[in-house]
Design a protein around this ligand. Structure first.
Ligand SMILES: [Zn+2]
Length: 406
């Protein structure tokens, strides 16, 4: 089962009944946490066994399913706490401060047409919550193959999870092989039927710029607030959260553009396996080339691909930036924008790496009976899958290429 959480805003403030329910729920969670700590249990069922009776008396009119759900939330809090204690991380006894509550799908009703939630508070008392439904939300609300999962209610918004059975992956008719770099995905698209083979590119130059900017800002904050470490820490944390949000937004756009293309062409996507890669460089270089956005991009692509049924293969990137795809020689140096080999082969360094990834995928039997001729990529046509200025490609059928001198 695949799960996707979708955030909805509410069209009005929470009714007072719902507000007091949130407070009751928080109280129940914190009580359950206390009980769980005393009894040294963390599972929802154990908490339920131990505490249900007392809780029933303390919250006599709360809807029973909400009470059980409080045990589940408390169980999660306790498990996190136990994990941290085991790891030896210093942490306080957990206490939930935020107003929130979780309800399983039997505990609420959503009218998917109008976006109205019928939410039970206690016996004989229901509230209606109206969601703000945009075009983005419609995609999920109107899709009958998606079933509703749990609902998380906050004081200003609602998260509804949609569930989907894992779709069958299509049999790829072509391959999109991508090398992941600091500022772009570069690669090749090979379709053995139509014998089309073209270099592709999806650029995200902003990501490195945002990283740099926030890094500078954090450094400045630390200097400015050197006398107050608590404030410095809080401000830096806020900077970090902002940075992640801004970068993730861009990565999602890139991933969507790449996968729309792949889905349209019934392509398999080949990526390098980034796990286990480390850079042996100085601290500064390490940060600049932080792997985080690239790993994040891969995880977004993989997740979205699963949701859409696009097959993704990860291959070992060893030597992919140093090997010559024509003669197989491995070079010592990997510098320079162009890869040049003694045998006469030369190609853009990033594209060259993606060719090597593709060859690895083929030799591992991942790409079926696909054949390709590396020589076909030595012309200068480049197809842009994503351009930060224009967004995704303007021609969704992908038949016409944007001629660009590489
Ligand atoms: Zn060569």
């Amino acid at each position: 089962m695949l799960i996707k959480g979708v955030v909805f805003q509410l069209d009005a403030d929470l009714p007072s009944e719902a507000k007091s329910l949130l407070e009751d729920f928080r109280l129940a969670v914190n009580n359950a946490v206390r009980v769980g700590l005393q009894a040294r249990v963390t599972s929802r069922n154990a908490l339920n066994r131990i505490a249900y009776k007392d809780f029933r008396q303390e919250h006599p009119r709360m809807y029973a399913k909400h009470l059980v759900s409080a045990f589940e939330v408390a169980g999660g809090v306790l498990k996190n706490y136990r994990r941290r204690v085991r790891k030896g991380v210093a942490c306080k006894v957990p206490y939930v401060k935020r107003l929130m509550m979780k309800a399983e799908n039997q505990a609420y009703k959503l009218d998917r047409e109008s976006g109205t939630i019928d939410f039970p508070i206690k016996a004989g008392c229901h509230v209606k919550l109206n969601l703000v439904v945009s075009q983005y939300h419609r995609k999920y609300m109107d899709d009958p193959t998606l079933s509703l999962g749990s609902l998380t209610l906050f004081s200003d918004r609602v998260i509804i999870t949609f569930r989907k059975c894992v779709p069958a992956l299509y049999i790829p008719a072509s391959v999109l092989s991508l090398d992941t770099n600091e500022r772009s995905l570069d690669g090749v698209f090979v379709d053995s039927d139509s014998e089309a083979s073209v270099s592709v590119k999806a650029e995200f130059p902003d990501v490195a710029i945002i990283q740099q900017r926030h890094h500078d800002r954090r450094r400045r904050l630390q200097k400015k607030k050197a006398h107050d470490r608590r404030t410095a820490r809080n401000l830096c944390k806020r900077e970090g959260t902002r940075e992640h949000h801004r970068i993730e937004y861009r990565l999602h756009q890139v991933a969507d553009a790449v996968l729309s293309f792949a889905e349209d062409k019934k392509s398999a996507v080949v990526l390098e396996d980034l796990t286990g890669i480390r850079y042996k460089r100085g601290k500064d270089m390490n940060r600049r080339l932080s792997l985080w956005p690239r790993r994040k991009l891969h995880s977004i692509i993989e997740y979205k691909a699963q949701w859409r049924g696009v097959p993704v293969f990860k291959v070992d990137p060893r030597n992919s930036s140093r090997k010559c795809p024509a003669c197989g020689r491995i070079q010592d140096s990997r510098m320079g924008a162009e890869f040049v080999c003694d045998c006469g082969w030369h190609l853009d360094r990033h594209i060259n790496a993606s060719l090597n990834l593709l060859q690895t995928a083929i030799s591992n039997g991942m790409a079926g009976g696909l054949r390709f001729d590396p020589g076909a990529f030595q012309h200068d046509v480049m197809m842009i899958l994503y351009d930060p200025v224009r967004g995704a490609r303007s021609e969704p059928n992908g038949t016409s290429c944007i001629g660009e001198v590489a």
